[in-house]
Design a binder for this molecule. Structure first.
Ligand code: SF4
Length: 221
């Protein structure tokens, strides 16, 4: 599908995570920058904590996400929540979750490069507003959409990479983990548990577990 770009949608520099994301939700909710706008029920922007220090980026909304307007609420999302909880992380309290694409592709097909490019400014605005020191890229589409790396998820997963003053780690997407329920050592689920344990350890070493961005300083009178 060819992306239809509507450059008239305005962008605003956020003043704080909450106000910046509220402004983004309003503008992104009316976005028609690509053809996916025609088939969506809702624009799916995020769930979780706007001031969390950990951001998780997936691919695109599925049917359940399209229906309720929140990312990662179907079976894959439930598995992700469970794996985060096993690692000592609460998806509602400790993380901000979103996708590279905000509107559901037809039949859950993989989004095109043009659609990812059209939606990229919204993702960049989310990253700027939340300003997380750690970002997890869930699956090959997130890896390609953020870093432009089109293959090698299995080789790169679990590795921290410096990016724009932050640290990124690619992980398997929870939809992929649903297809491979094997829990044996070396399986995708086993590897993901090890990766999330490393995420918790890094947050801990940075003093950021359950951490929040501090409130802005009051202006000096
Ligand atoms: S997928 Fe992104 S760019 Fe396309 S219409 Fe939805 S919000 Fe806009």
């Amino acid at each position: 599908m060819v992306a239809k770009v509507h450059p008239s949608v305005p962008f605003a520099a956020p003043s704080s995570p909450v106000t910046g994301l509220a402004s983004l939700s309003e503008r992104c909710g009316a976005c028609e920058r690509c053809g996916l706008a025609a088939g969506r029920q809702q624009v799916v922007i995020s769930r979780g904590e706007a001031t969390a220090r950990l951001m998780l980026i997936g691919e695109a909304p599925g049917a359940q996400e399209d229906g309720c307007g929140q990312p990662f609420v179907g079976r894959a999302g439930q598995l992700l929540d469970q794996l985060l909880a096993e690692a000592g992380l609460d998806s509602a309290r400790d993380a901000y979750l979103c996708n590279v694409i905000k509107c559901r592709p037809p039949a859950n097909r993989r989004p095109s490069g043009a659609e990812i490019a059209a939606c990229r400014p919204w993702l960049e605005e989310q990253i700027a507003a939340v300003d997380p020191p750690l970002i997890l890229l869930l699956g090959a589409t997130a890896l390609a959409g953020v870093l432009g790396v089109k293959q090698g998820l299995s080789r790169l997963r679990g590795q921290w990479m410096p990016w724009q003053g932050r640290w990124l780690m690619p992980l398997f997407h929870p939809s992929y983990l649903l297809r491979f329920p094997n829990e044996a050592e070396g399986s995708p689920r086993w590897l993901t548990r090890a990766d999330l344990a490393a995420v918790h350890q890094r947050l801990n070493s940075m003093g950021l577990v359950h951490g929040r961005r501090p409130p802005p300083l009051a202006p000096v009178p």
